[in-house]
Design a protein around this ligand. Sequence first.
Ligand code: THU
Length: 129
Amino acid sequence: MDKNLLIRKALEAKEKAYTPYSGFKVGAALITKSGKIYTGCNIENASYTPTICAERTAIAKAVSDGEREIVAIAVTGDSEWTYPCGVCRQVIREFGKDAIVIVAKSEEEYREYKLSELLPHSFGPEDLK
Ligand code: THU
């Protein structure tokens, strides 16, 4: 898995963010088990609550394309270290119990986590079986 490529794609996706209200841009890029890469940016809304985060945009693109397993996801945003919000952690969990989460400042400076470190003792699909 090419981490630098994933970070580069997340940085590019961030430029597409639609953020007229917060001005805070976020980009994400994920790679699936089949090796496909999907990107996403945050998309805000005048009614505020329909806003979708960059991570969930990328996940929606992947899942609607038939993908079901996230291997890794890179996230980059306008704060020094932009971590996935709680809702996004839960949505990553749905399709990536063992996913690697890369929180990136740049291609050179990034931090790497297991999803299970960011969302310990999680609730997931297995609970409903
Ligand atoms: N945001 C993301 O895109 N991902 C996150 O994980 C954190 C927050 C976006 C949502 C909103 O457009 C802006 O950042 C400020 O909260």
